[in-house]
Design a protein around this ligand. Structure first.
Ligand code: HSE
Length: 393
């Protein structure tokens, strides 16, 4: 192992940047030190010595003594620019920007092949859970069937608070924001977009499949009402927002949807900002990873682990993609669903393959039935915010 000290140039000093600073300081064994931190606002009060900071990005990108660029900013376009410039300048890069990565996976993959410089992003998926490296390395010779889990800490925190502590949605969301779990624009959390970005990344490392975020159906938890919550309670189920990908009919299906799961389900005990990932493979069968999915030091620890991996020249080989039997995205699966709506006619019942239960009252109607994922994804009526859905397991 190369024991030289790694010089880091960091972009961003928000929740994750400060978390990284803290874990880095408390980890004695790591041969890395921060040389510069590039920030947007020089007037903002900072918790560490001002000599660390610069607002000039080239002080990092063009400093030949900086070996690793750590990108932890909010602005997706600027993040892409920084990451690609750093790689072109021959620097190894670590990033936690799931949106930027998910939206640019193909070009970032190609750039790595061209530049032969490592780009690691463990913190972008389920924060502290080492899921990407495990999918990359451990399951190389196994046949993966499915990867599914809770991939967003904020929504899991909100769901726990509103269903178990009877706290209102807005209060729970505010708490998730105050604790630094939520995105700057929390719409990405509560509409299930953030876990979709993570699912795109997981799809590549699990099945070698490049998928654009817009190809995947996502519904979050913003449509949830008291009726839905009591329905779940009456059926002894927990509400969990799950991101799933699974081999199906020669392809791979993927979606982010709220689910009702039984109390004995492994993910049923994953509460608050914790995330959980279930991996199903042909020989090892079921495995379960759990850990904090949001927060400064939890995410910082994954960034630190990537920096540490760089000290032994680790890089992703994208083995499932290289194996050339990567699977195409399909929507060919029947889902058993609960569909709740406010007024008659708000959903097209003809889109359902079967209907096994129907309920009507003044303000809430629901049906239980099966529907094809492709139909669901294309359904105009599903865009109506007065319609909510649970996948029933
Ligand atoms: N907003 C994200 C979440 C942060 O709540 O999971 C971690 O990716």
């Amino acid at each position: 192992m190369d024991k030289k000290i790694i010089n880091l140039g960091i972009f961003g000093f928000g929740v994750v940047g400060q978390g990284l600073y803290e874990v880095l300081n408390k980890t004695k064994g790591i041969n890395a030190r921060i040389k510069k931190i590039c920030i947007k606002d020089p007037d903002k009060p900072r918790t560490i010595d001002m000599s660390y900071f610069t607002t000039e990005r080239n002080e990092i990108l063009e400093d030949p003594t900086i070996d690793v660029v750590v990108e932890l900013i909010n602005d997706t376009e600027a993040a892409y620019e920084i990451v690609t410039t750093a790689m072109k300048n021959g620097k190894a890069v670590v990033s936690a920007s799931k949106r930027m990565i998910a939206e640019n996976l193909k070009s970032l993959y190609e750039l790595q092949q061209k530049q032969r410089t490592p780009f690691l992003y463990e913190a972008a998926c389920c924060a502290s859970i080492p899921v990407i490296r495990n999918l990359e390395e451990y399951y190389d010779n196994d046949l993966l069937n499915a990867v599914e889990g809770i991939c967003n800490g904020s929504t899991n925190y909100i769901l726990t608070k509103i269903t178990e502590d009877n706290i209102g949605f807005q209060t729970a969301l505010q708490e998730a924001q105050d604790k630094g779990f939520a995105e700057t624009d929390p719409t990405y959390d509560i509409e299930g977009i953030d876990p979709k970005f993570k699912l795109c990344i997981l799809l590549l490392h699990a099945f070698g499949t490049f998928v654009k975020p817009e190809e995947i159906l996502n519904i979050g938890i913003s449509r949830l009402n008291d009726f839905d919550i009591s329905y779940a309670r009456q059926h002894n189920k927990k509400i969990k927002l799950l991101a799933k990908c699974r081999k199906q009919n020669g392809g791979v299906v993927a979606y982010v949807l709220p689910h009702l799961i039984g109390e004995k389900h492994l993910l049923g005990d994953v509460d608050n900002e914790y995330n959980g990932v279930l991996v199903e493979s042909s020989f090892a069968e079921n495995q379960f990873f759990v850990g904090k999915g949001a927060g400064g030091t939890a995410t910082g620890s994954a960034v630190l682990s990537d920096i540490s991996a760089l000290t032994y020249n680790y890089h992703y080989e994208y083995k499932k993609f290289a194996q050339a039997n990567h699977l195409a995205l399909t929507h060919d699966i029947q889902l058993k669903v609960y569909l709740r709506y406010k007024k008659q006619g708000q959903i097209n019942l003809a889109d359902l393959y079967t209907i096994s239960e129907k309920y009507e009252s003044a303000n809430n109607h629901y049906i239980v039935g099966t529907i094809n994922l492709k139909k669901l994804k294309e359904a105009e009526w599903l865009k109506n915010k007065e319609v909510n859905l649970f996948v029933l397991e």
